[in-house]
Design a protein around this ligand. Structure first.
Ligand SMILES: Cc1cc2nc3c(=O)[nH]c(=O)nc-3n(C[C@H](O)[C@H](O)[C@H](O)COP(=O)(O)OP(=O)(O)OC[C@H]3O[C@@H](n4cnc5c(N)ncnc54)[C@H](O)[C@@H]3O)c2cc1C
Length: 399
């Protein structure tokens, strides 16, 4: 019998797969990464529930035909039959263009952390960590533990917003303790952001401002991320309805397409606890069982945290004005801001400038254009990620 297939082996997908297995049903868990764990665990300390079949190094691309998921491995195309699907594809960092952001030595904050976990040395390097969101604190602490010297942790949110966020955590004492520990160990500077990065071949310094004063910090690397963007592309390609930039689901995490469930960050950014709980609910539901009531109470708490996170990471308007006319906005196709200004929406930007048509398929510049101009992609077409021509021949593009 075709199985329940879970796309994404981060906290949400792992939890969904374990819930399906708890009912003795077959489940296949696939991930494009070589190991389970998603963004937070990256293969470390990650246990896959017993009996879950895994397919790592396997990227889901779309639907081959009814009930058949088209995937690709490094060797070949794979068509996977499924009875139900759970989409748990997580999130990525949001980047905003500013002068110098394409210089070597400017990384996404989580991206630099991931590289260091894979062996990239930062010992003795001076790093500016900037942007918004709790990930900055995690990254700063991690880089310091690997020998980096943290020049500054620049958080764009104001102190007043951070205090409101802190108060909102009073119902989640463990999160409050974690936030306080990280804030004390990394000492972020609130209401502060990078306006420009300088260097010829590589980053040499960053200019920062707090809106009143502007100064330069010499540095070897800039780790910069503006919170996270849900990875909704696969769900969209499967035909699932999106609302406000996230995948719409009912209470049991079933999407607008019957038999396709979604859990974790694609349903809204909310951290590891929310992903774990939503994955568990989706897994039980996909297996045709009713999740126990306590899970819904836990999810409600996790969603309150997500709402507070959303409020504190709202971007200040100054950030949308950092790019200059010659600043590259779409780095895959080398499109500067001046060319994008000639366009009226995302579609015309694509047609006239090829913005969003490169290998990242708008995954980087798409969220930047949304922040700069309020444009959202009108539709997502397969392939959502680069794929071999032979694999693409198998795509039909709808669920
Ligand atoms: C770069 C980065 C670093 C982060 N670091 C931390 C951290 O240090 N600490 C922390 O608390 N939180 C961190 N987070 C936040 C963390 O991701 C969330 O809090 C939470 O763990 C998300 O769980 P998830 O299962 O919803 O998604 P994820 O953990 O993102 O898992 C989604 C999985 O889906 C896979 N996937 C996506 N699309 C496909 C596809 N088409 N085919 C196959 N597989 C696919 C991905 O490879 C990934 O493994 C980080 C986020 C990012 C983006």
């Amino acid at each position: 019998m075709p199985e329940i297939v879970v796309i994404g082996a981060g906290p949400a997908g792992l939890s969904a797969a374990a819930a399906v297995r708890s009912h003795g049903q077959r489940v296949v868990l696939l991930d494009e990464n070589p190991a389970a764990g998603g963004q937070i665990w990256r293969g470390e300390r990650t246990a896959v529930a017993q009996g879950v079949e895994t397919m790592f190094g396997t990227r889901a691309l779309g639907i081959a035909s009814a009930g058949m998921l088209l995937c690709e491995t490094s060797e070949s195309a794979v068509v996977l039959p499924f009875r139900k699907l759970v989409v748990a594809t997580g999130a990525r960092e949001r980047f905003l263009p500013f002068p110098g952001w394409t210089l070597p030595g400017v990384f996404g904050a989580g991206g630099l952390q991931a590289m260091v976990k894979s062996g990239f040395p930062v010992d003795g390097k001076r790093v500016v960590v900037a942007g918004t969101g709790p990930l900055l604190l995690e990254v700063a602490e991690y880089l310091r533990s690997r020998g980096a010297r943290i020049a500054i942790v620049a958080e764009q949110a104001r102190w007043t917003s951070l205090i409101r966020f802190g108060l909102a955590l009073r119902h989640a004492p463990s999160k409050m303790a974690q936030a306080a520990r990280l804030a004390f160990s990394t000492l972020p500077r609130a209401g502060c952001w990078v306006t420009e990065v300088h260097g010829t071949e590589h980053v040499e310094a960053a200019t920062l401002t707090d809106g009143r004063r502007t100064w330069r910090e010499a540095c070897d690397y800039v780790a910069c991320g503006f919170h996270l963007v849900p990875n909704t592309e696969i769900a969209a390609v499967l035909g699932c309805h999106l609302e406000g930039g996230v995948v719409w689901t009912d209470d049991l995490h079933e999407t607008s397409i019957s038999g396709i469930y979604c859990a974790g960050e694609p349903c809204g950014i909310g951290g590891v606890d929310k992903s774990l709980i939503e994955g568990e609910i989706a897994g039980h539901a996909a297996a045709g069982r009713l999740p126990v009531a306590r899970l819904f109470a836990k999810r409600a708490r996790a969603r309150r945290f997500a709402a507070a996170l959303d409020a504190v990471t709202r971007l200040r308007p100054e950030l949308a004005r950092l790019a200059r006319e010659d600043t590259i906005v779409c780095r895959c196709e080398d499109v500067p801001l001046s060319r994008i200004r000639e366009c009226s929406d995302w579609r015309s930007a694509k047609l006239l400038t090829r913005c969003g048509m490169g290998p990242c398929q708008g995954r980087v510049c798409g969220s930047a254009l949304e922040s700069l101009f309020g444009w959202r992609p009108e539709s997502v077409r397969p392939p959502v990620q680069p794929a071999r021509a032979g694999t693409l021949a198998g795509l039909t593009g709808s669920a």
